[in-house]
Ligand binder design. Structure first.
Ligand SMILES: [Zn+2]
Ligand SMILES: [Zn+2]
Length: 278
């Protein structure tokens, strides 16, 4: 059984109202041994009105208190989900050096999608659907993959790449316009770079929660990562509410075994801990 959910949000994220203690209680109830809080830190992201960041000092105070309260019952790790942008490389490196995060997820939540009249690059979140306005799904997915590749190339401040291919959730015809082979040129480069940089790939079960027939990334991508020698797989449900913790982890476990993985990975103090898939 997968006993760690390494991706979840609380009220420190602008899009969640979950109390950290309710998340921890639900994780215990579901039989997990380890969880990692990974609240959103999307610097410069104003897509949803307020900037998607939080007070990291206050976060550590609250989460460290919780770690003490749950000692012996549940391992609580303190992580963060960074919204990568290439020009934020130095800023994020400083942030992740300043605080003792157990685990850093690098996610691409914003793509440069057009220029304004003065030539400034504008960013958008695929969930806001502006990305799809003047593009086919295929063009939008390709732009997202290219942006992800650029970020993986530039940034070194994270341990695992979050929800590769989640853009498919927001396309007009969703997974119908998506297959690994259509983007194999870019996806292979992303996977090779992750392996070369000893970074992990996340299996994010929110794809299933959103009604897609697969978790992110698509099983063909997972198989390819394994084929290329990739071994660091982290698993997260990306829960924003307690009930979504460990969502469909049974399916994820079967999938990982079918793709040839023998281990999944937890992180503590930014170091991988391999757990056998039995
Ligand atoms: Zn995310
Ligand atoms: Zn998330």
């Amino acid at each position: 059984m997968i006993q760690a959910d390494m991706h979840m949000h609380t009220w420190f994220s602008t899009d969640s109202e979950a109390c950290p203690c309710d998340m921890a209680d639900e994780a215990v109830r579901k039989g997990l041994k380890t969880i990692c809080f990974t609240d959103h830190f999307d610097k410069d992201d104003l897509e949803w009105g307020e900037e998607g960041i939080f007070d990291v000092d206050a976060y550590f105070v609250e989460m460290q208190k919780l770690q003490e309260e749950y000692a012996g019952k549940l391992n609580i790790r303190i992580g963060i989900e960074l919204g990568l942008r290439t020009y934020l490389k130095d800023y994020y490196e400083e942030l992740t050096k300043k605080y003792p995060f157990d685990f850093v997820i690098g996610s691409v939540h914003n793509v440069p999608y057009k220029k304004d009249v003065e030539g400034n690059i504008l960013y958008t979140d695929p969930a806001a659907e502006k990305l799809f306005k003047d593009r086919t799904d295929k063009e939008a997915y390709r732009l997202m993959m290219e942006t992800t590749l650029e970020n993986v190339r530039t940034s070194d401040c994270f341990q695992t790449l979050g929800h590769l291919d989640y853009v498919v959730r927001y396309g007009k015809s969703r997974e119908k316009e998506y297959s690994y082979t259509d983007y194999a040129d870019i996806i292979d480069e992303i996977l090779k770079l992750l392996i070369e940089k000893e970074k992990g790939l996340e299996v994010n079960s929110a794809g299933l929660k959103y009604g897609l027939p697969f978790a992110h990334p698509h099983p063909d991508v997972l198989k390819r990562y394994r084929e290329l020698g990739g071994e660091i797989i982290t698993i997260g449900a990306d829960a924003h509410k307690p009930e979504h913790i460990a969502y469909d982890f049974g399916k994820v476990e079967e999938l990982l075994k079918a793709c040839g993985f023998k281990y999944y990975t937890e992180f503590s103090k930014q170091k991988p801990v391999f757990k056998q898939l039995i």
